[in-house]
Design a protein around this ligand. Structure first.
Ligand SMILES: Cc1ncc(C[n+]2csc(CCOP(=O)(O)OP(=O)(O)O)c2C)c(N)n1
Ligand SMILES: [Mg+2]
Length: 891
């Protein structure tokens, strides 16, 4: 290092400092940087031994990590690239301005891309690898920079003017462009969604690790592909953005590159007005073990730094807080001279040969292609750890009066004619004064050198990016064998649905065709779900293998880590596990491998905790199975308020391409998973599954004949009333672990109260609800046609008696189908906070056990005048139900 810490420099006598520096220069000159580093280390140890307290710092000085003399020249044509970048800038801004010309502006962002243009263009022209040569990069684009990515695609000829015109007008004929990266909406273009801040970086980390997993397991050829994550500096305040950064360092993921666009601003104002976000991030990433490259200053600063023999300039650079830097960015050269350089006459002297205008035009590192090029070069060649590039930029760069560096710039969507003219002139766009007010898009001729250059560069780099393509072949069929035993039932032996699932999973893992594609993912809950037998059977994935002797080595089910291990054991991170799920569940597109992830977790920590990542998974067209384990508000005994899940089925309903089930029996699970694999991997549907599985054990019956279709559609008759012509009739609905309660109620209703009931297993209220609404909508729009009948109505339209449903989830679930029943439904469900208790006490408390099913059925019959009210009262007495009991929904 050439400079000593600024604080000490101020304290030391100048001549003394000079002498020390001269000595250091002598060593550097004669012995090289390695020798200097060794000497400094020795000096530090010596000083410490003699009582010098050196403050800890994970920071390097506030200068570029790559010095000017370490730089290489940029290949290609910098001038042409600058012109191309200007064209992209113009079209990106034009898109947003045009979209907001109408009275009802529809938003869009100019300033994010304006700050990041160089970061992207250097990538597009020199680094981002397309998929055509086999090992394409995976790129997470900063969501708000989308206009720039579209503008480039327009120049490349991949999308046309009408698309740009319809930015944020997605329902327009011919197709519009989605506001942000959404594979759901643009499945041939975007690969991964990023705009919910923080999710891009965490998904990128686990994507990089998953790429290694595929290679280590022999599912993909080793490649040089990189994962790039572009994010904002404000975004790093999201816990997900930085929460997983130790993993890639630990796993030595040198295929991962973060590029943080440090424009020092977020939406409302500065990211760290009173501090320095870049130094803060440097310390965090260095501390975590990353290779950190700071790209702070553009080339104009190099000669000044070369003259800075006493470290005065470096000291000055390091003492300015971000809020003040922002002020310099919006001020003129005279202000900068007075306030930045004016701090010391020697500094003023350094820039006396520069005019105010030249001072103002000194660029920042993130706007200087050669600095960015060198950072990317170092990052892509670096071995042994991930790299983060902290690139300093100005938000709204080039917008001038229209918002450059201003606090309002994030919201800036309009530019007046004068501002447009200035922008056009600054970037040399050939549009006349007369036309500029119309903000026309501009694309040079097809055979212009700009367009040719762009195309040639992308061709050399393996094709256009971003580009999403399904690169795998569909599976041809799903084998029957792993599923068959579950159709037969357990012949009286008790099992829980979790046990059933784990058994099915282990059979799938052994299947000769599917086995290698199965990716089990657990967040430190494998033992909770009885999956420890899989540790030994297929191993826990670890790139390093197992370099220690596991403490339980002498047991059958020891904790086996292996470099070709199949289980992804994430430790306690549902967010990380979900990110792995996204990587594994999108590999059919990104990597051309049909991996089938099964992510099993404590159901309360799924939709409730990481719902936004699940939303992103749906958007990314992720395939696979989420398993909410130990689910049900009353089925998980003991754990209490935080653990007992009565919500997740309701949340899952709102995820449009999530197919969710609350199965009760082994054969239901087998039918659902077999059909799920078919729909996702044979028929290529962009859906994913959510199944709740429980830990209550009961005998698993044989599959009733003809049940298959109903299981998948959401309900089927599990058992008919024994006396179909009895005067008192009921239809009882149960799901999951509550179904056995309902079956028990049926028996007692029949034997004690002369009520003959059919029992239905409702595997999915959500599927019934969706089908019901789809029919209603179709009927509304086709008044002249034969009306479609919802499946639930088909099942129940002539079913006699009262309707009663009991669920371990909130009452809204059964209520979701009420409107399609011939008579109103009585609903028992588990609204309210859970609490720790035994299963029986919980079911009593939440009023969902067999006794409440009996009382609810009798009360409904009494309401209809079929039995005396006293019968209900007697039943309550007989079953010790206190009518004045507190309402669990609010207690
Ligand atoms: C989870 C989440 N919260 C809030 C937002 C709204 N939002 C969009 S952009 C933005 C500011 C982004 O600042 P930064 O990350 O620094 O990016 P820049 O535009 O400055 O490059 C905010 C708060 C969001 N998109 N996602
Ligand atoms: Mg920012």
């Amino acid at each position: 290092m050439r400079y000593i810490s600024p604080k000490d420099a101020a304290d030391l006598d100048a001549t003394e400092t000079r002498e020390w520096l001269d000595s250091l220069d002598y060593v550097l000159h004669n012995g090289g940087p390695a020798k200097v580093a060794r000497l400094l280390r020795e000096l530090t140890i010596h000083a410490r031994q003699n009582g010098v307290k050196l403050p800890f710092s994970a920071n390097t000085p506030y200068i570029n990590t790559i010095s000017a003399d370490e730089q290489v020249l940029m290949p290609g044509s910098p001038d042409l690239e600058r012109r191309i970048k200007s064209l992209v800038r113009w079209n990106a801004a034009a898109m947003v301005v045009r979209a907001n010309k109408a009275e009802e502006g529809i938003g869009g962002h100019i300033s994010t891309y304006a700050s990041a243009a160089t970061l992207y263009e250097v990538g597009f022209n020199h680094y981002f690898r397309g998929h055509e040569n086999g090992d394409g990069d995976v790129i997470f684009f900063q969501g708000h920079a989308a206009p720039g990515i579209y503008a480039r695609a327009y120049l490349e000829g991949r999308i046309d003017e009408s698309h740009l015109e319809n930015f944020r007008r997605e329902t327009k004929a011919g197709g519009g462009l989605s506001s942000y990266p959404h594979p759901w909406l643009m499945p041939d273009f975007w690969e991964y969604p990023t705009v919910s801040m923080g999710l891009g970086p965490i998904m990128a980390i686990y994507q990089a690790r998953f790429m290694r997993y595929l290679e280590d397991r022999g599912l993909k050829q080793p490649s040089h592909a990189k994962v790039w994550a572009f994010l904002g500096d404000g975004e790093t305040d999201e816990p997900e953005a930085l929460g997983a950064i130790t993993l890639p360092a630990r796993e030595k993921l040198d295929n991962l590159i973060f590029v943080i666009n440090c424009n020092l601003q977020r939406l409302d104002g500065p990211v760290r007005g009173n501090g320095q976000i870049i130094q803060e991030l440097e310390a965090a990433f260095r501390g975590a073990g990353w290779n950190v490259i700071k790209v702070l200053w553009g080339r104009e600063w190099d000669p000044l730094l070369a003259k800075d023999r006493d470290g005065l300039l470096v000291k000055r650079m390091g003492e300015i807080v971000d809020g003040q830097y922002q002020k310099y960015a919006v001020s003129d050269g005279a202000y900068v001279r007075e306030h930045f350089w004016g701090a010391d006459p020697r500094l003023l002297d350094m820039v006396k040969h520069l005019s105010d205008d030249q001072l103002k035009k000194m660029t920042l590192g993130g706007h200087d292609p050669i600095k960015v090029y060198n950072a990317y070069k170092t990052a892509t060649e670096h071995k042994g750890s991930p790299t983060v590039i902290l690139a300093r930029t100005i938000k709204g760069y080039g917008l001038g009066e229209a918002g450059e560096g201003k606090n309002i710039t994030h919201q800036q969507k309009k530019m007046n004619e004068e501002e447009l003219r200035a922008f056009r002139t600054r970037f040399g766009i050939p549009i006349s004064d007369a036309d500029v007010g119309k903000t026309p898009f501009y694309r040079p001729a097809e055979d212009s050198i700009e367009i040719k250059y762009m195309r040639d560069r992308r061709k050399a780099l393996g094709g256009f990016v971003p580009r999403r393509k399904v690169r795998s072949e569909p599976l041809t069929n799903v084998p029957n064998e792993p599923f068959e035993e579950f159709y037969k039932g357990t012949e009286g032996r008790k099992a829980s649905t979790t046990m059933v699932f784990v058994r099915l999973l282990s059979k799938l893992l052994r299947d000769k065709d599917l086995g290698r594609l199965v990716v089990p993912i657990v967040p430190d809950e494998a033992r909770t779900f009885g999956m420890e037998s899989l540790f030994r059977a297929v191993g826990i994935y670890s790139h390093a293998g197992q370099v220690y002797e596991p403490v339980d080595m002498d047991t059958l089910l020891y904790y086996k880590e292996a470099s070709d291990g199949q289980i992804i054991e994430e430790g306690i991170t549902e967010a990380g596990s979900m990110s792995s799920f996204v990587a594994a569940g999108t590999a059919y597109a990104t990597h051309g491998v049909n991996t089938i992830p099964f992510f099993i977790y404590y159901s309360m920590f799924g939709f409730q905790r990481i719902g936004d990542l699940i939303w992103a998974a749906g958007d990314a067209r992720t395939r696979g199975f989420l398993l909410g384990g130990t689910a049900g508000r009353t089925t998980l005994a003991g754990e209490g308020l935080q653990h007992q899940d009565g919500n997740s089925q309701l949340f899952a309903l709102a995820y449009p391409n999530c197919v969710s089930y609350d199965p009760a029996f082994a054969y239901e699970i087998a039918v659902i998973i077999q059909d799920g694999i078919r729909r996702m991997y044979v028929d290529q549907q962009s859906i994913f599954y959510y199944l709740t599985v429980m830990n209550e054990q009961y005998a698993m019956p044989e599959m009733p004949k003809g049940a298959r279709d109903g299981i998948l559609k959401g309900m089927y008759k599990f058992r008919s009333a024994s006396k179909a012509d009895a005067p008192l009739r009921a239809q009882l609905f149960g799901s999951g672990a509550i179904l056995p309660e309902v079956i028990r109620a049926q028996e007692i209703l029949e034997s004690k109260y002369n009520v003959s009931a059919d029992v239905w297993s409702v595997t999915s209220y959500t599927e019934l609800y969706r089908d019901g609404h789809a029919c209603e909508r179709w009927n509304m729009l086709h008044p002249g046609a034969e009306p479609r009948v919802p499946y639930v109505t088909q099942c129940l339209k002539s079913a006699p008696g009262v309707f009663v449903a009991a669920s371990d989830y909130v009452k809204a679930m059964p209520d979701a189908i009420d409107r399609w029943l011939p008579r109103p439904l009585t609903t028992l469900g588990t609204d309210g906070y859970g609490r720790s208790e035994t299963r029986a006490a919980l079911r009593e408390f939440f009023e969902v056990d067999y006794r409440y099913v009996i009382v609810a059925t009798l009360a409904a019959l009494a309401r209809d005048g079929k039995v005396e009210r006293s019968v209900v009262e007697q039943a309550m007495k007989a079953h010790a139900i206190n009518p004045e009991k507190l309402n669990p929904a609010v207690s």
